[in-house]
Design a protein around this ligand. Structure first.
Ligand SMILES: Cc1cc2nc3c(=O)[nH]c(=O)nc-3n(C[C@H](O)[C@H](O)[C@H](O)COP(=O)(O)O)c2cc1C
Length: 170
């Protein structure tokens, strides 16, 4: 899989008056990036028991694109690194919001990382904890399956048949 980190810092605050004049360029770019992706990974911090205002703002802009189907029906997952709850509360809030946008968020397995344990990240912000790396890899594998199942059901059936065949040694 290829993962591209999408920078949301140039997005203006959502404003219906601005939108009615036509989407600003960063919003056009955001909607197009979502449309062109097979699935989305929402990686959130936890700010005061919720997700960041910046991420919610990006979702609000992107949600105004139903006819072109950017968030609606798009396979996705939510992960996060934060305080002791590992962003569990922020993730619950995102599940609610993405329910309204019709985004097909994978429910299991979850991934909540306690960002402040000393072994988790090095000083440059690289993930260093082996156990968390393993969980992240499993999470991404599950996202691939989830995405294929939703977006390419025939490939999913083929993949399952191949696994069956391998299991019986034929
Ligand atoms: C304004 C603010 C509020 C925060 N509130 C919480 C919180 O409610 N729960 C939590 O686990 N961490 C909280 N944190 C810690 C963030 O989750 C932590 O900083 C995060 O891992 C780092 O993400 P960032 O570098 O994108 O800010 C808060 C941090 C900030 C700046």
């Amino acid at each position: 899989m290829e993962i591209a980190i999408y920078d949301i810092r140039d997005l203006p605050f959502y404003d219906g008056d601005v939108e009615s004049e036509g989407d600003p360029a960063p919003v056009v770019a955001l909607k197009s990036a979502i449309r062109n992706a097979d699935s989305i990974i929402f990686a959130t911090p936890e700010y005061n028991w919720g997700t960041s205002g910046a991420l919610k703002n990006a979702i609000d802009w992107a949600s105004r694109d139903r006819s072109e189907g950017s968030l609606m029906g798009k396979p996705a997952t939510i992960i996060g690194a934060g305080g002791r709850a590992g962003t569990a509360r922020a993730q619950m809030q995102l599940h609610e919001t993405l329910g309204e946008t019709g985004t097909l968020v994978m429910v299991k397995p979850g991934l909540q990382v306690q960002a402040f344990s000393p072994q988790q990240f090095d000083e440059a912000g690289n993930l260093t904890d082996e156990k968390t790396k393993e969980l992240l890899a499993k999470h991404l594998e599950a996202l691939v399956k989830w995405t294929i199942q939703i977006a390419h059901p025939i490939e999913f059936v083929r993949h399952s048949c191949e696994m069956d065949a391998a299991a019986v040694g034929s």
